[in-house]
Ligand binder design. Structure first.
Ligand SMILES: [Zn+2]
Length: 195
């Protein structure tokens, strides 16, 4: 959401909306730049005592296993897409990677979460492979995302469905569909991801 942590030479001019800068031992600065003010900085130890972090669901790469995912999915009526975007249920997956994960798992975004536990192995695998690919490619730059060194990510070229409506699904060739759910774009393949 346009906020950034950047590591830059301390004598580079600080761009507008740099709310805080930490001087590093090597003479560079770690700069927190957040024009839209979605982020915040707080000094507190231990970090885990922060309420925002306590409410955060498990990290799918390090803290979530299939049994834990099944436990969380069971009995949930919300659509699987809303479930995955809810940071209290599973942490750290945004709209792009939810769309990619559901395509990889072959699950329609409207499926009630409580009906997907038997697909949990494929779902966790889809989430992890979509995230790991994004990390390897240093992020998905659609507009202005850059990493801490100011470099644009090149994961956009690997996306299977996100932002590709009307283009062929890389698995079956069916044109990718797009619709709006809760104000967010949802991209999916109507053939690979049946309801
Ligand atoms: Zn398909």
């Amino acid at each position: 959401m346009s906020g950034r942590l950047l590591v830059e030479p301390a004598d580079n001019p600080r761009p507008a909306h740099t709310h805080l800068a930490w001087l590093l031992e090597d003479g560079r600065e770690l700069r927190f730049r957040d024009p839209r003010r979605f982020g915040f900085v707080a000094a507190q130890a231990p970090l885990s005592a922060r309420r925002e972090l306590q409410e955060l669901g498990p990290d799918p790469l390090t803290e979530l296993d299939v049994a834990g995912l099944i436990r969380r999915l069971t009995g949930v009526r919300a659509p699987i897409k809303a479930f995955l975007l809810d940071q209290r249920r599973v942490g750290g997956i945004g709209n792009i990677y939810v769309c990619e994960a559901l395509h990889r798992a072959g699950i329609h975004p409207s499926t009630p979460a409580g009906r997907t536990p038997r697909r949990a192995v494929a779902l966790l695998e889809g989430i992890r492979s979509a995230l790991e690919l994004g990390i390897r490619n240093r992020g998905t730059t659609l507009r202005d995302y850059v990493d801490s060194t100011g470099v644009r990510g090149n994961n956009a070229a690997t996306l299977r469905v996100y932002g590709r409506h009307g283009k062929p699904c890389p698995v079956c060739g069916t044109p990718v569909s797009r619709r709006i759910d809760a104000g967010r774009s949802t991209f999916f393949c109507g053939r690979c991801q049946r309801r």
